[in-house]
Design a protein around this ligand. Structure first.
Ligand code: FAD
Length: 325
């Protein structure tokens, strides 16, 4: 009998979980709220201009993720990026090793994981419930999908808590994780404008990251594309502010930091990652109830990086396979 598993969330965690299940011969369906897959591993296009407005690069410490990164590089979905980096207001300079980026954008990182998987986009899951034949998934419009033998919930902790329905104990366990918002600013300049370095990190209290996006391989736009990430504290203070006002304020701060002349960007927009950066994680690879056959995975289980999301989803997938086989 083929086991049927539903994965909720098509970020790195959900898609790495789905791949493990599919490779083990399970029937898998992925339900994603957004129009596109990838979650915070994202590339946004404004016209033809791409911006990596979520994760900036990936690193690989574990053998498992290293193997995946090698696979990405081998198939042309990723390449090394060696930016010149300045850190802190005292301008400490250096280069980095073993940073990889998706090509042509960060969203390419999830591409090989999504291949051959049945993914439903624009399907925001509201809750899950247990029926006589298995788990049922309920959407906001009151339609449902199922039955499934197991469910993998691979969304940020606060969103997972909302949908766990009857699994109160698991939901309250997740309350220990904490994610901070992050405002991202995307700017295009017709001329090269920033100083020499490609990345400036921790430049002020309000700004955590400034990157010349087109210094990454395969971006190749004329002029300059810049991605700025505000600090968690600043982002939290203006979480409810209007995106246009936030964009203006962040760009003013960037021009102040570099002492730039008043340049008018040809494109400028801001995006809020409501559950952006992990501030406190569970220190567990994933959470799974073999009795209920429901589990949760995400970066926030294990750490704060893409590789943690991948490993969390991978581990949950393996546990589901072991509990059903
Ligand atoms: C600004 C920023 C910069 C970062 N920089 C780096 C970096 O440089 N290096 C690094 O390693 N990591 C970085 N990260 C972290 C990295 O992006 C994450 O660790 C990783 O992408 C998390 O993957 P995930 O699958 O756990 O979650 P997500 O990517 O958040 O995926 C969750 C998915 O679930 C979907 N979803 C949510 N609710 C529902 C629902 N109710 N129904 C259906 N679907 C739902 C979401 O739409 C999303 O697609 C950064 C993150 C941000 C925000």
């Amino acid at each position: 009998m083929t086991h049927r598993t539903a994965v909720i969330g098509a970020g790195l965690a959900g898609l790495s979980c789905a791949r493990v299940l599919r490779r083990a011969g399970h029937y898998v369906e992925v339900f994603e709220a957004d129009r596109i897959v990838g979650g915070r591993m994202a590339t946004m296009r404004n016209g033809l201009v791409p911006y990596d407005h979520g994760a900036q690069y990936i690193t690989a410490r574990s053998a498992q993720f290293r193997e995946f990164v090698d696979e990405l590089v081998g198939s042309g979905y990723a390449a090394a990026w060696t930016p010149r980096v300045t850190t802190g207001p005292n301008n400490q300079q250096g280069t980095v090793a073993n940073w990889y980026v998706g090509v042509p954008g960060m969203a390419s990182i999830v591409r090989p994981l999504a291949e051959g998987v049945r993914i439903h986009t624009e399907r925001q899951v509201h809750t899950i419930s247990k029926g006589p034949k298995g788990w049922q998934i309920w959407f906001a419009d009151k339609s449902s999908a199922g039955p499934f033998d197991a469910i993998a919930v691979c969304v940020p902790a606060p969103q997972a808590q909302l949908m766990l329905g009857p699994l109160n104990e698991m939901a309250s366990h997740l309350a220990r994780a904490r994610l901070a918002p992050c405002w991202a600013l995307m700017v295009r300049l017709d001329e090269r404008t920033l100083p020499e370095q490609d990345v400036y990190s921790d430049m002020s209290e309000g700004i955590r990251w400034i990157a010349r996006n087109n210094s990454k391989p395969g971006r190749g736009t004329r002029g300059e594309t810049v991605v700025v990430h505000a600090s968690p504290q600043w982002s939290r203070e203006v979480e409810d502010a209007d995106a246009e006002a936030v964009a203006e304020e962040l760009w003013n701060e960037v021009t102040n930091i570099f002492g730039l002349p008043a340049v008018q960007p040809s494109q400028m927009s801001a995006h809020l990652w409501k559950y952006g950066l992990v501030e406190r994680h569970l220190s567990e690879s994933f959470v799974y109830s073999t009795e209920a056959r429901v589990g949760v995975a995400g970066d926030w289980c294990l750490g704060r990086l893409a590789e943690h999301a991948f490993e969390s989803g991978f581990g949950l997938g393996r546990s589901i396979v072991n509990s059903l086989d």
